[in-house]
Write a protein that binds this ligand. Structure first.
Ligand code: NAP
Length: 360
């Protein structure tokens, strides 16, 4: 049964980069009311405005300024219907498990549970079909109403959107090579030192490449026939090279890919990307973008400053679509790393869960 009531939301990691984005987006969303804010012991006990170095270009919403930040103990979150986590991975493992075991609906941005086989790793404009494993997750963990859904690494979230559209229309892909140009907000605050990133490119984002290579396979895969676990693709090979560049928000990715079968024409690829639609749109979810993939024919787009807010940060912009002399096609994409790449995806995941009756 779908839930149309306003849901009380908690944000864990509320003082961080992703946490602040959650607060901006939730304060504009009619489905949720911000109920509780959590962070580390450094912040607990302080009013949010005092605990936080606010870095969003939007004003801090008035309604959260005086909420007293709590520590991340589930016993303090009575009355919350959904828990959004923007916790640092060092804390997320234990804290998110504790909230799950206390029967909360947990939507996580951290890496800790993304590859657990009974946990959907869901980019909501791509693979809401993976929610099918939630019943098995509850059964295996002895839960009545709690469950966990994670969203992907910020770079993965942009990449899988055009790949999904192409895979659905033209059949399996065999090889993908992606090179990222990742914004500094992806490293949280204070993130990369200014002396490392100004006038520079850092050709390493620690841990990012294996995460992308594994997450793409899980997201583009399916679920087992008994809906007990997710089943990642076996035959796709992905090679990722990740760079940090002096851009504040918006990850750019240069992609070359090969189809397993006969490749479609470039025009057919463009049309497929433009026409791609998904379940959260059909359901009328508040945060679903009108256009999932914004295809640009301008020869020097996408660009972070110009295109990162496409679809309020929930669309992926794809340009420079052209033949690849090594594989079949190559293109450049742009994704907003803290919106579709983090908080926006989590919120849309929760909207979907509410519409489909998972939040009880
Ligand atoms: N930034 C992105 O674009 C992005 C995209 C996708 C996923 N993610 C993931 O999202 C998570 C948050 O990233 P971020 O960039 O927002 O990091 P961040 O700016 O460093 O914020 C981390 C948050 O975690 C809290 N925290 C740290 N240690 C804690 C502890 N022991 N107990 C409770 N809370 C603790 C911090 O609270 P205090 O202020 O009290 O220390 C802060 O609120 C990470 O897992 C990251 O990998 C980030």
């Amino acid at each position: 049964m779908s839930s149309d009531r306003v849901l009380n939301a908690a944000v864990l990691g509320a003082t961080g980069t992703v946490g602040q984005r959650f607060i901006v987006l939730l304060s504009q969303n009619p489905m949720f009311k911000i109920h509780s804010l959590g962070a580390s012991e450094r912040s607990a006990g302080k009013p949010y405005a005092q605990a936080t170095r606010w870095k969003m270009s939007e004003q801090m919403p008035e309604a959260v300024r005086n909420i007293v930040v709590k520590s991340c103990d589930p016993a303090l979150y009575e009355g919350c219907d959904v828990v959004f986590s923007g916790l640092d991975a060092s804390a997320a493992g234990d804290v998110e498990k504790a909230f799950l075991e206390s029967e909360f609906a947990v939507f996580s941005n951290a890496k800790n549970y993304r590859m657990a086989e009974d946990v959907p790793l869901c980019v909501p404009v791509v693979n809401t079909d993976h929610y099918a494993v939630v019943s098995a997750q509850r059964a295996a963990r002895g839960l009545k109403k709690g469950f966990m859904v994670t969203n992907s690494n910020c770079s993965t979230s942009g990449l899988v959107v055009p790949l999904k559209a192409l895979q659905d229309k033209f059949g399996p892909l065999s090889r993908v090579i992606v090179t990222t140009l990742q914004a500094i907000s992806g490293a949280g605050y204070p993130g990369v030192a200014s002396l490392d990133i100004l006038d520079n490119i850092v050709p390493l984002v620690p841990g990012e490449e294996p995460k992308m290579e594994a997450e793409v396979l899980k997201i583009l895969g399916g679920v087992s026939s008994d809906a007990s676990v997710c089943s990642p693709l076996q035959d796709l090979r992905v090679s990722a090279t990740c760079n940090r560049v002096p851009v504040v928000d918006g990850h750019t990715e240069c992609v070359s890919l090969e189809f397993a079968g006969e490749p479609p024409s470039i025009d057919a690829i463009k049309q497929c990307l433009r026409e791609y639609t998904c379940e959260v749109q059909a359901l009328g979810c508040f945060s679903a973008p009108a256009q999932v993939i914004s295809v640009t024919d301008e020869e020097d787009r996408p660009q972070p400053r110009l295109d990162r807010n496409a679809g309020a940060g929930m669309s992926v912009t794809v340009g420079r679509i052209r033949p690849c002399p090594v594989f079949h096609v190559r293109f450049t994409l742009l994704v907003h790393n803290t919106i579709l790449g983090a908080a926006g995806a989590s919120i849309l995941n929760a909207e979907y869960a509410a519409k489909k009756g998972y939040i009880v």
